[in-house]
Ligand binder design. Structure first.
Ligand code: 2BA
Ligand code: 2BA
Length: 109
């Protein structure tokens, strides 16, 4: 068994959840926050058999789009102006950032 952890954009999360359920995957959706943009994203935990991992990855890929997002400038606290960028910067936010972890044990009590 594997645990897939996928960080996706909020905008894609409902579509992804529906697609996973439609294909009989079990999933848990968590509200999360990206460290860089400090804005909300969604993390999916999907526990599944090894042979179904690739199918789950395909579904994630199909349902999550890349988008450009503007990062507003944040004035530096503590006076380090060297790293301060005074204008909004555009960053490309994935699709999905996906980790596949081995599951040592799975219990449902
Ligand atoms: P839910 O996905 O909301 O599922 C609630 C209950 O509905 C499940 O209870 C199960 O009895 C049933 N169920 C879910 N998906 C089903 C399906 N495809 N076909 C038939 N019945 C289905 P539990 O199995 O006790 O799961 C409770 C909660 O634990 C789930 O809430 C989900 O958030 C999480 N979970 C369970 N298995 C998971 C897994 N393999 N990966 C990630 N999260 C899991
Ligand atoms: P955030 O940390 O809010 O990052 C949003 C986007 O900002 C990233 O998109 C990337 O394009 C950019 N970015 C992040 N850190 C950067 C840095 N130090 N310098 C320049 N640009 C940077 P994605 O890479 O698609 O990541 C989307 C979200 O996925 C991230 O949101 C984070 O929540 C999660 N994530 C990505 N890589 C991760 C990792 N290795 N471990 C845990 N979570 C990760």
């Amino acid at each position: 068994m594997k645990l897939i952890m996928a960080v996706v954009q909020d905008k894609d999360s409902n579509k992804l959840l529906s697609a996973l359920v439609e294909h009989n995957f079990r999933a848990t959706k968590l509200a999360s926050t990206g460290g860089f943009l400090k804005s909300g994203n969604t993390t999916f935990m999907i526990g599944t058999e090894d042979i179904r991992v690739q199918k789950a990855l395909d579904i994630i890929k199909e349902n999550c789009q890349h988008r450009q997002q503007l990062v507003a400038p944040v004035s530096p606290m503590g006076g380090n102006a060297d790293s301060y960028v005074p204008y909004p910067v555009e960053v490309e936010v994935g699709g999905a950032t996906v980790f596949v972890l081995p599951v040592e044990q799975f219990h449902q009590y």
